[in-house]
Design a protein around this ligand. Structure first.
Ligand SMILES: Cc1ncc(C[n+]2csc(CCOP(=O)(O)OP(=O)(O)O)c2C)c(N)n1
Length: 353
């Protein structure tokens, strides 16, 4: 288990956190709180729906990673693009995708953002430049790098986020992507969510260099390691990375130290972590900590929390209702909206010459 990010004492951290309004406007601070809570409640409901067999296939939740997601996406605008791994529901919400369209996708329904063909791992929304979740570990990285190249080629000033987990940094495509991004000065931010495990394998057992941000040095790339449980620290680091990408056309790597509160996927019994470790995560809940800071600085009141909770509960319930009411795709439409065309079986016969 990682003991801390930067070795700062609690007092120093508290002093840095003090006077939050000097770092972000009151409206921004409250909006981060709302977004984080929305992701939390949406994901809790997703787990419940999965257990009721409303959702099939694989399903990976963002519980515990809310501050990383909201802080990172808060720095983007509509010009920018996001590619993620399969643990992406929270990113889709933070990017502004309708909760109903996400839930309907999880249910495999026609009104889902990918018309029910994608499911949990393949959320997508072209209008929002949300280029989606990818199930192949690291598969999104060359695509994101290619998007960075396309932006440069067309002379546009968008920025691309290539989000991944710690496990993806051991994949060959990670190194190829970093190399090309630096070589060609592409506006790509490689965003590593280090939640300390790739499925059940701790980072220390899979990486010779467990401080993953150091991998960027091999490509002479700017890198930072940041406390991913601190939404403002994430935002600050991402602002630096966005400036580098947009203005200087420099790629960067940001490693966010985070954790997941549950197992790898909804069905993972999470036996590889001790109860003590799980208790540590529960006690360091990023939303709880942020809520306490906001209250201490007089920005949030218990009444405001109650109102926000009630609003979010209604939004999540109506997302479920929307998903329930939506129809399943018709079997005859199986090959609709796919790159692959429906190939008659006869054509698949192997021809020998
Ligand atoms: C190329 C490839 N190898 C293996 C897998 C199986 N697999 C799915 S998720 C996963 C762990 C990845 O962990 P990490 O990159 O840290 O992401 P996290 O789940 O923590 O978000 C593995 C090995 C896969 N999907 N793709």
């Amino acid at each position: 288990m990682s003991s801390g990010v930067d070795g700062k004492t609690e007092e120093v951290k508290a002093a840095v956190r003090g006077n939050m309004e000097a770092r972000a406007s009151r409206a921004e601070l409250l909006s981060y709180f709302r977004q984080m809570l929305m992701i939390r409640r949406f994901e809790e409901k997703t787990a419940e729906m999965y257990k009721k067999a409303k959702i099939g296939g694989y399903c990976h939740l963002n519980l515990g990673e809310e501050a990383s997601i909201v802080g990172a996406l808060s720095t983007l605008d509509s010009r920018d693009y996001i590619y993620t791994n399969y643990r992406e529901h929270g990113y889709a919400l933070a990017r502004g995708m309708a909760p109903g369209a996400i839930m309907a996708e999880l249910f495999g329904k026609e009104d889902g953002c990918s018309k029910g063909r994608g499911g949990s791992m393949h959320l997508f929304d072209n209008n929002l430049h949300f280029m989606g979740g990818y199930g192949i570990v690291g598969g999104q990285l060359p695509l994101a790098t290619g998007a960075g190249f396309a932006l440069t080629y067309k002379g546009e000033d968008g920025v691309v986020i290539a989000q991944m987990g710690d496990g993806a940094t051991a994949i060959g495509a990670f190194h190829e992507s970093l190399n090309l991004a630096k070589l060609w000065n592409l506006p790509v931010i490689f965003l590593v969510i280090n939640n300390l495990y790739g499925m059940g394998t701790p980072v220390e057992k899979s990486s010779a260099v467990p401080e993953l941000y150091r991998r960027a040095r091999a490509y002479d790339m700017y890198a930072e390691r940041v406390d991913g449980n601190d939404v403002l620290a994430v935002r600050d680091a991402m602002q630096r990375a966005v400036r580098l990408a947009r203005e200087d056309k420099e790629p960067s790597l940001i490693e966010l130290m985070s954790f997941r509160m549950k197992g790898h996927s909804v069905v993972d019994p999470d036996r590889y972590r001790t109860n003590e470790e799980k208790r540590y995560y529960a006690e360091h809940d990023p939303i709880q900590a942020y809520e306490e800071q906001l209250i201490a600085e007089g920005i949030l009141t218990p009444e405001m929390i109650e109102t926000t909770e009630a609003e979010i509960e209604r939004e999540v319930e109506s997302a479920v209702e929307f998903a329930e009411k939506s129809a399943f795709p018709k079997p005859e439409d199986l090959f609709q909206f796919m790159y692959a065309t429906s190939v008659p079986n006869a054509v698949l016969e192997v021809k020998t010459y």
